[in-house]
Structures are given as C-alpha cells and as structure tokens.
Unconditional design. Structure first.
Length: 93
C-alpha cells in the first residue's frame, strides 16, 4: 500500500506546514508599549512622562527618548539623558 502511505505522508506534511505557518503568522505584531500602557496611537502621544533624573513631568512627544534593555526612558533635556546614561552605565558594571 505504497500510495496510501504517500497520502498519509502528504497529509502529515500539510498539517505540519499549516501548524508552522500558523505559528509564524500568529507572531504578535510589535507594538511599542510604555509604562503607561498606551500604544502608539497618535492621539495618546501627548501624555506626561516623568524624567527619571530630575522628576520633571514632560509631554511624551517632546521628551528626549533613550532606549535601554527594551525600556524607553524619557528626559526633559539632553543633560538629564546624559546624566542618566552615565549613571546607568556605572550601575550596570
Ligand atoms: Zn530632567
């Protein structure tokens, strides 16, 4: 019964391919979420974020962004950003 075996093999291949395809397609689309839990919706961009250095609240769309280890930090100025970077680098070692 060679043709029957081939049919089974073909079905298994098909199922395997379907599962693989579903697995690949179901990969979650990457959305940028921050600690406020809001996505990249333009209407939600203008939320206040806290500068971790001087603790000033700044509108997120005007803040200076720094990405470290999948976390985005927001700063009121380059000085704060640099200060944080230095501090972070020291702390990481
Ligand atoms: Zn600052």
């Amino acid at each position: 019964m060679i043709p029957f075996r081939l049919l089974i093999l073909a079905i298994l291949c098909y199922i395997g391919w379907r599962i693989l395809r579903r697995f690949v397609l179901s990969k979650p689309t990457e959305t940028v979420l921050d600690d406020t839990g809001q996505g990249p919706d333009p209407e939600l961009q203008d939320v206040l974020v806290e500068d971790p250095v001087c603790h000033t609240l700044i509108p997120r769309n005007q803040a200076i962004r720094l990405r470290k280890n999948d976390t985005t930090y927001y700063f009121c100025s380059d000085e704060c950003c640099d200060q944080f970077s230095e501090h972070y680098e020291k702390g990481a070692q």
